[in-house]
Design a protein around this ligand. Structure first.
Ligand code: BDP
Length: 608
């Protein structure tokens, strides 16, 4: 059961205290933390930033690459709060956490990219409390993202991800203490239908359950950007603690691509005497998303996606959120005319979506279902036809449960963002077996059931998922292709690469799926400053020639409704013979300076 994942906000009824800062921290190589009583407090420690990814703090490779258990500790104060409830909310802890207050286990969470909130009202004291978090960053095939752990002779663990990004870990997003009314707003959702000059808004509200809930009245108010009241409605009680109302907004100012218009929504609960019990406010945007034939429609108008596959990745910060980096990234993306990105390969910090809401950016929101092929070089193996029987494993049922849980958490968290126009439920799994179809049909079913806006669902398919062999493309509302013709396939031979790319797209065309396609990944590793008149691989010229070739193909197929190049910026990966200081497919360097191809994209996207 998912608790409230509402973004932590101050309102007239809610208090929020940040617990971010320097926390005590220690590795637990031999897993003796419990013997040493760490859950009650760390007897040995250094200081570590929260939020932060511990790996990039260190000069010692053993620490940077540490895999296993590690612990954090901080003291925090709960102020006197009358009869309110106290919630501890973690933005994300990678990959799993067990939380202790004053030595007592108060909850656990699996999955490193989504928030969780624990009700600690009866488990903590007014005044000072000790908070300890045991974290584990091991990878396996039963949780997301997938990988394995190699155990060395000396007992040391080494993470072997089945994915191509560094296994950054820790308390990577903010931690907040919330003081909320006993009966509070737990969740709300909005969905829209457009008719001439009006929007029909369907609003659902869930309040925390308690006997007196029946007497509470829920209201929703919408205020536009100029401060004008656009709606003020009482919701109907539909069952204990749940409320609904469909109401009309006349002449709505729609949220649009790169033309964002937001309304402030305020949900309130009042008691039978009219006293305010709880209030929650945030910004939403009125817009619809549909797939119609081979087009993706925003507010019933076709949109062509231009942009990036990204990562949360920056020097020193690792995967932790930072407003300045996010601002810079949006500036870079706007500079070259992008309108969208995919949160490859995991849900990002919530602030990314808030900024996209403000900028009019379109997000394909991806769950961390990456590494569903047994390979530490799946980016290479994806091209070779290698098959690893991933979905034929007995433990796949456990993985599926975790996968569904994360899909539900992601959609619950992100459903009200106008920027989120689709959910991506996987990246590059083996999709050629009946088992994979069975596996994913349940995942898609769960996502369809939970999304109030019934947004399009997709998943990124690798090369082995060909038109002839892929069993899962039927599940997708639009088909996302990751293809590296001219890099992993026919690298350095762009004519041959072009032929192969066209041949594959012809075969998809012949299949007549009737659906839109998006290129969700294509790109070449490129060392900035490496120039070559003959355009050899790894040079900035090769990257340009590669994209020119790919664009010439993409432009010849009407069902192609978008291109998201791989990757926005160079990013950190596990080390290996295929990676030079990480993955170099960035259009920008890791410090966000353009490679030559960025100007090519600018020219193309500003005119497309
Ligand atoms: C694809 C993966 C992506 C990799 C990319 C690459 O989806 O995570 O980083 O290839 O090789 O297979 O650059």
């Amino acid at each position: 059961m998912i608790g409230s994942l509402l973004y932590p906000r101050m309102t007239s009824t809610r208090m929020k205290f940040s617990l971010d800062g320097m926390w005590k921290f220690t590795f637990d190589r031999d897993k003796t933390g419990y013997d040493k009583g760490f859950e009650k407090g760390l007897s040995e420690y250094e200081m570590m930033p929260v939020p932060g990814s511990f790996a990039d703090m260190y000069s010692d490779p053993e620490k940077k690459n540490y895999c296993g258990d590690f612990w954090y500790e901080t003291d925090f104060v709960i102020p006197d709060h009358d009869d309110k409830k106290v919630i501890l909310r973690f933005g994300s802890v990678t990959h799993r956490a067990v939380v202790y207050i004053n030595g007592q286990n108060i909850g656990e969470h699996e999955g490193g990219f989504l928030p969780f909130a624990l009700d600690i009202t009866d488990k903590a004291d007014i005044g000072i409390n000790k908070l300890v978090v045991k974290v584990n960053n091991e990878l396996n095939e039963e949780t997301l993202p997938c990988g394995i752990v190699k155990k060395c002779k000396d007992g040391k663990l080494i993470a072997k991800p089945y994915f191509d990004f560094f296994n950054y870990s820790g308390i990577q997003r903010s931690v907040n203490l919330l003081i909320l009314p006993k009966q509070s707003i737990e969740d709300y959702s909005v969905s829209y239908e457009l008719e001439d000059n009006k929007a029909i808004v369907n609003c659902d509200v869930t309040a925390s359950k308690s006997e007196s809930n029946l007497n509470l009245t829920a209201r929703v108010r919408l205020v536009d950007e100029n401060g004008n009241l656009a709606a003020d409605e009482e919701l109907d009680l539909t069952s204990e603690g749940t409320y609904n109302k469909k109401f009309t907004v006349l002449n709505p100012v729609l949220w649009n691509v790169l033309d964002a218009h937001l309304y402030t929504i305020t949900i309130s609960l009042t008691d039978s005497d009219g006293n305010l019990v709880d209030e929650y406010s945030e910004k939403i945007g009125i817009r619809t998303v549909k797939v119609s034939g081979t087009q993706i429609l925003i507010n019933d108008k076709p949109v062509y996606l231009k942009g990036y596959g990204k990562h949360e990745d920056f020097s020193v910060l690792g995967r932790s959120f930072n407003y300045s980096v996010a601002k810079r990234d949006y500036e870079c993306m706007k500079w070259n005319g992008a309108n969208s990105f995919r949160t490859s390969h995991y849900p990002y910090a919530e602030e990314w979506y808030q900024l996209a809401d403000e900028e009019g950016f379109l997000i394909i929101d991806e769950v961390p279902a990456v590494g569903m092929m047994r390979s530490t070089h799946n980016f290479v193996d994806a091209g070779t036809g290698k098959y690893t029987y991933f979905f034929e494993t007995p433990t796949v049922g456990t993985l599926q449960k975790n996968h569904i849980m994360q899909v539900e958490e992601m959609i619950t968290r992100d459903k009200n963002h106008p920027s989120v126009i689709a959910f991506s439920l996987f990246n590059e799994p083996e999709t050629t077996s009946d088992q994979s179809y069975e596996y994913f049909s349940k995942i898609f079913e769960a996502a369809r059931a939970i999304d109030p806006q019934k947004r399009p669902l997709t998943g990124a398919l690798e090369k082995n998922s060909s038109p002839e062999k892929c069993k899962c493309h039927k599940l997708l509302d639009f088909i996302s292709l990751n293809r590296y013709y001219g890099w992993y396939i026919s690298g350095g031979e762009l004519d041959e690469a072009q032929e192969k790319f066209r041949d594959e797209l012809d075969r998809w065309k012949a299949l007549d799926t009737g659906k839109p396609f998006i290129m969700t990944e294509f790109g070449t590793d490129t060392m900035p400053g490496n120039h070559s008149l003959t355009g050899t691989m790894w040079s900035e010229e090769y990257q340009k020639n590669y994209y020119e070739m790919n664009f010439s193909v993409i432009d010849d197929y009407d069902f192609m409704q978008g291109e998201q190049v791989w990757n926005f910026a160079d990013f950190q990966t596990s080390e290996g013979i295929f990676r030079v200081g990480g993955n170099r497919k960035g259009i920008f360097t890791r410090d966000r300076e353009p490679k030559s191809v960025a100007f090519l994209l600018k020219k193309r996207w500003e005119n497309k």
